[in-house]
Ligand binder design. Structure first.
Ligand SMILES: [Zn+2]
Length: 277
C-alpha cells in the first residue's frame, strides 16, 4: 500500500497569519517545525495502519518548507518546484492507493484561517462546474481521475467541514478552530500529532484504488479582485471573459483543468502591481 501526502502549510498546527507561512521569516522558521510535526504524525499513522510506502509531496509556496531531517526514516519526500501536477504530483504514477491532504485550508472567498485558492490574494472565488472550489476540492477531482481516494484531511475546522463536500469518507483532524482569517484557537503540536497519527492509522483502511473517474467536461470560473487581472489571463488559450472580473474555461480532463488553472494564476500574479493590485 502506497500513500501520497500532499502537504500544505496554511492549515498546519499553530499557523494563523502570513508571516507564519512566508519562507524566510523568523515566524516561518518556527512554524516549519510544527508543520513537519503534523506531516510526520501522518506518516507514522499510515505505517501503523499497514502502509508499505509513504511519499510526501511538498505543496506550499516554494515547496521547500518541511524539515527532511525530522521525518520518520521510512518516508520519502518530493520537495521543490516545478511539477506536472503541482500540489498532487505523484498521484498520476499509477501506484498510489490513497492520498492525504495535510495542512489544507478553506478556499478563496470563504471563511477560514488564511483562506485562499493558489494565490494568497487577488483570487476572490473559484468554481468547478458551478460549485465553489477550494484547493482540496480541485485536487480531490484530480486524484479521482487517477482512481485515488482522499483518505485524510487536516487543517482548521473550516477546512475539515469543506472536506465533507469532496471527501465525505475521509478522516478529518481539525488542528485549530477558526476565529477569523488571521486568528484561531490552536491546539499544541504534541496533541495534534497524536490526533493526526491516530486518524491516519484509521484512514489507511480507506486506501483502496478505484476505477478512474472520467467526470469531464470541467468548467472552471475564476473571479479576481481587479478587472485587469481577468484581462491579463485571457492570453491563455481557451480562457475567456465570463464577467468584468471573471474568466471561464472548459477542459475535458482534470489534468488539463488544473494545469490551465496553474497558468491562469501564474499570469495573474505577474500582473499584480504593488499597492494597487
Ligand atoms: Zn494552499
Amino acid at each position: 500500500m502506497k500513500i501520497l501526502i500532499s502537504a500544505d502549510m496554511e492549515g498546519a498546527t499553530g499557523v494563523t497569519w502570513p508571516a507564519d507561512v512566508l519562507p524566510g521569516t523568523p515566524q516561518w522558521e518556527r512554524c516549519r517545525s510544527m508543520f513537519t510535526s503534523d506531516v510526520d504524525a501522518a506518516v507514522r499513522g499510515f505505517f501503523d495502519g499497514g502502509a508499505d510506502e509513504v511519499l510526501i509531496n511538498e505543496a506550499h509556496w516554494t515547496m521547500r518548507n518541511l524539515l527532511l531531517e525530522r521525518l520518520d526514516e521510512r518516508a520519502e519526500m518530493l520537495t521543490g518546484r516545478h511539477k506536472d501536477l503541482s500540489m498532487v504530483e505523484g498521484v498520476q504514477r499509477g501506484d498510489v492507493d490513497g492520498i492525504a491532504f495535510v495542512g489544507y485550508h478553506a478556499g478563496a472567498g470563504m471563511e477560514g484561517v488564511l483562506a485562499h485558492t493558489f494565490l494568497a490574494n487577488s483570487v476572490t472565488g473559484v468554481w468547478l462546474n458551478d460549485v465553489r472550489a477550494s484547493e482540496g476540492l480541485l485536487n480531490a477531482h484530480v486524484a479521482a481521475e487517477y482512481g485515488v481516494p482522499v483518505i485524510l484531511v487536516t487543517g482548521d475546522d473550516v477546512a475539515c467541514e469543506d472536506a465533507l463536500g469532496y471527501a465525505p469518507e475521509a478522516r478529518k483532524v481539525a488542528v485549530k478552530d477558526h476565529v477569523s482569517r488571521y486568528a484561531a484557537v490552536c491546539r499544541t503540536p504534541s496533541r495534534t500529532a497524536a490526533d493526526i497519527q491516530a486518524a491516519a492509522k484509521e484512514a489507511a483502511t480507506l486506501a483502496v484504488r478505484h476505477e478512474p473517474v472520467r467526470g469531464g467536461p470541467f468548467t472552471v470560473a475564476v473571479e479576481f479582485d481587479a478587472e485587469h487581472l481577468a484581462g491579463a489571463v485571457t492570453v491563455v488559450p481557451g480562457v475567456t471573459r465570463g464577467g468584468e472580473r471573471k474568466v471561464i474555461y472548459s477542459s475535458e480532463t482534470m489534468y488539463d483543468a488544473i494545469r490551465t488553472f496553474k497558468a491562469v494564476t501564474t499570469i495573474a500574479s505577474a500582473a499584480v502591481e504593488e499597492q494597487y493590485g
